[in-house]
Each structure stands twice: as C-alpha cells, then as structure tokens.
Design a binder for this molecule. Sequence first.
Ligand code: NAG
Ligand code: NAG
Ligand code: NAG
Length: 413
Amino acid sequence: MPFTHYRALKAMPTMTLALLFLFATCSFLSLFLVESVDARTDESFLKIKTDDDFSTREGALKLTKAGHVNEYRVLRGHDKKQKIISTTPDAYVSSEDLPESFTWSNVSGHNFLSKSLNQHIPQYCGSCWAHGAMSALADRIQIASGKKRMQDVNLAIQFILNCGTEVAGSCHGGSHTGAYQFVHDVGFVPYDTCLSYEACSNESIEGSCGYVTDRYKCNAINTCRTCSTFSQLGGFCAPLATFPNATVKEYGTISGEEAIMKELYARGPVAAGIDADGLRSYTKGIYTDTPSYEINHIVSIVGWGVEKKTNTKYWIVRNSWGQYWGEMGFFRIVRGKKSLGIEDEVAWATPGRWTGMKHDDFANFPCFEDGANCQEEDFLPDVKDMAAEYVDPSVKGIPFGKVHSDEKQKEKQ
Ligand SMILES: *[C@@H]1O[C@H](CO)[C@@H](O)[C@H](O)[C@H]1NC(C)=O
Ligand SMILES: *[C@@H]1O[C@H](CO)[C@@H](O)[C@H](O)[C@H]1NC(C)=O
Ligand SMILES: *[C@@H]1O[C@H](CO)[C@@H](O)[C@H](O)[C@H]1NC(C)=O
C-alpha cells in the first residue's frame, strides 16, 4: 500500500535497480522501525516520560482516543489565564456589524495572514499550542500594521520551546494561553529570522532532538543567534542581545460562536482548542460531524462563511500540519455546533510593541553579520522610542475588519 506512492518512479526504467535496492534497504530498516514504533506505543514509553522531571511536575501525559499524545496541557507555571485592560469587542461590536462571511486571508482582496507552518518537521513535535497562538499573534501584528506594511512577521516558536517550558509547554503539549502568558511576562518573542524552528524541546528524544543534553535549554544563544563563518575559518555562533521582536499586551479567553466572530472581526485571528482525532484524515470541504470530543490540539480560526448550496455556516481554520494537509493547510468546519469543541477553548492576544517592518522607520537595531556590535546589553535602545505600538481598535470603537474593508471601498471611489 505505501508503495503506490512510488508508481511514478517505477515508470522510469533506469530507476528499477535503484528501486530494488531501496526496497531491500527499506525492508531492512523497517525491522528497526517496527521495533521503535512498538517502544513508543507501549506503556513503557509513557512511563519513562511520566518519570521525567517535566512530566511529574506537570502531570502525566494523556493519550487521545486515536492514541496520539494530547497536546493540550496547562502547565503549573501558567497561573494567569488572562490579562485584560482594554474594552473587549463584545462591548463595541454588535451582532448586526458582523458580515455574513469574512476572512483575514481576503479582506477586499488583501491577505493579512502570516505564513502556514508545520509543527511536525524536521521531526514530530506536539507544539500545536505554540503554532496556533503565535500564528494568530503574528497575523494581528500584520493587521495592525496595515496594508502598507513592507514585510511579513513570523515569530520564533523555538524560543518558546527553549524558554517557555515551565509556563507555556514543550513538544509534549502546552496551552495557547500559556504561550501568551509566557511572552507577556518575559517581555518579547524574537522574529524567527534569528531562531529557526527545530521541533525540539529539552525532554524530546525524537529524531534530531535525540538525547543531546542541554541543547534546548533556555539561554542567550537559544533565544536569538547569528553564525559568523565556517568553523574551519575560525567561525562561531554567538547570541545577539538586541533583535527584532514583538510583545504581548493583553490576552484572554472567550467561547461561543458570536463572541468568537466579534473578537475575530474586531482584532484578528484567535487560537482555538479542538479534538484533532476528527481531523487526522480530513481532506477538504466542511467537516460537519459533532461527535463527543476532548480538546487535545490547538489551531487558529481566521474567518467564517456560509455555503450557499446547503446553507451550512462554517469556520475557516488554519492548522499547523503543513500545506499538503487539508485545504492548503487550512480546513473548514461547521459553525455554531461546537463541532470537535472548536467554540469552547478560544484564546486571543493583542500585541504591545513590535519591531517595525519598514527599513526606514529605524525600529531595527542593525547588527553586523557576526553580531559583534549586538553583544552588549548596555546599549539597548529605548523600546518606547523604537517600536511600533499597538492601538486597540476599541479606542475608536471600529473593528479592524471593518476598517480594512472600508479602505478598499474608499480607494474605489
Ligand atoms: C476575495 O474577495 C473579493 C471581494 O472582496 C472577491 O471578489 C474575490 O473573489 C475573493 N478572492 C478569493 C480568492 O476568494
Ligand atoms: C528541561 O528543562 C527544564 C527547565 O529548564 C528543566 O527543569 C528540566 O529538568 C529539563 N528536563 C530534561 C528532561 O532535561
Ligand atoms: C525588541 O524590539 C525593540 C524595537 O525594535 C528593541 O528596541 C528592543 O531592544 C528589542 N528587544 C530585545 C530583547 O532585543
């Protein structure tokens, strides 16, 4: 069955020998694979994990009905589920304001969304909670920056895996609100151009994370780094003390169809809990089942709509399983029915300040290639003067969704 994928290759006659060789190697390797798969599904794997520091401290790992690790875990360090200062959208968005359909991927022809991600490569990692939370936050920075922004923002999820393991989570699960609390409390999350996603946290023994003690601990080089040249030429990697970053100002939770629509329309995408077991073999269309569920995965809701033919209301949701999954990394699911729990555990966050995306607004402190001029903490510029500051739309009482839709109308006139 798995070999049907290779049908195209088989058609090439010169490849036949190579394929035979590949087949032989695969069968040989699969002996080992089967063994390691057994080790993972068997109780002993979980026992090892439950004996770990992190697991006993944070409670045992749970499996979903389909036998996956439940990736939604609220860690003990996550003691503040919300931090709210501004008026929330339910106070200034009325039901009549809400359009019949709306998505941040197409506001009058403009896409505000940050790039699609894959939490599972280079190896499996249960960091959905960080992906859902940071994707929604990055979207909100792009929305607040307006259509004239000159670059996209992507936030360093690896930093949260390296430094947020007590509050936010790890490759063995975490929470969207925990990720927001962590970024709020620590005061920044770097942009991902100074720390790539590696799908590892210090307790993970998967793939290339395997058994390397302290490689993913929280320190300066695991926050933001640069590498100067090849080591044979005397090169080194060094941490940077100042770098492009964003902050979280406020965060909180909501539930229910209308509250989610208001938050989404007023301020941008939200991170939502869901039962991933219903999604594993989803391919396309509107998921309409309403089985019993448990929240074990986090995704981000970016919009909604109605399918005219069947009069079915749906959410438009971004997953973090790669663009080859579902509708180019997205899925649609029936709205207003709590399908797979999608309307129950929804989190939002607003950005505080972020390094500007225009080269001419001087927000970025320019570092040399080897970072030599970005080593000292003393020279840190005053964040207040340098970064763009978020203005909550509640100040004007006009939702961002409406503002951005109206801009286009004005351009047309
Ligand atoms: C985007 O929205 C506009 C209306 O604002 C619509 O005309 C267009 O078809 C939409 N594009 C896609 C790809 O859905
Ligand atoms: C992972 O890091 C945390 C926080 O630094 C530490 O307490 C824990 O012991 C580490 N766990 C492993 C398995 O290394
Ligand atoms: C975060 O970005 C701001 C604005 O660019 C900058 O002033 C500040 O130094 C940065 N913080 C860190 C820790 O690099």
